[in-house]
Design a protein around this ligand. Sequence first.
Ligand code: S3P
Length: 166
Amino acid sequence: MNIVLIGFMGSGKTTVGKALSAKCGKEFLDTDALIEAKEGRKISEIFAKEGEGHFRKLEYAALKSLLDAKDKIISTGGGIVTYPDNRGLLKKAGKVVYLRVKPETVVKRLEGDESRPLLVGDDKLSKVENLLSSRKAMYEDAADIIIDVDYLLVEEIVGLIVKDFA
Ligand code: S3P
């Protein structure tokens, strides 16, 4: 069975996914990394040249390509739930774990990070608050389990996931 990690930018999907992969000996895969490898360029460049709509199509194709994967840890981009067709695919891909995070935590963690096109510029906190509130229900609907990660260590989050699924 695959474990699929969803959640906002800065929720720790990649960090937790890699630690979980090490703990259970399952391969780690990441939709953002698959897209960048296939396209041969950074996500920020895809957003700048073709826009978010095009990126979402690439993200859908990346997720679809993972449906036959077995026993993997799959980390996804923070906006994957915004593309309606992805929500059904996530359920098919495996057990879905939502790493839920507060806006303040995201802003703290992503300080000085300009790699996320949707958060570039001033007033990151309002950007994060608005995006998070528009996505909240989508993450929650897609999730099999929800973990509030703000005050947990990576090992604690991994422990909770292993207890439920691994
Ligand atoms: C996005 C999140 C990013 C990446 C892209 C768009 C989003 O992934 O897919 O910048 O819409 O939330 P991370 O959640 O891994 O940062």
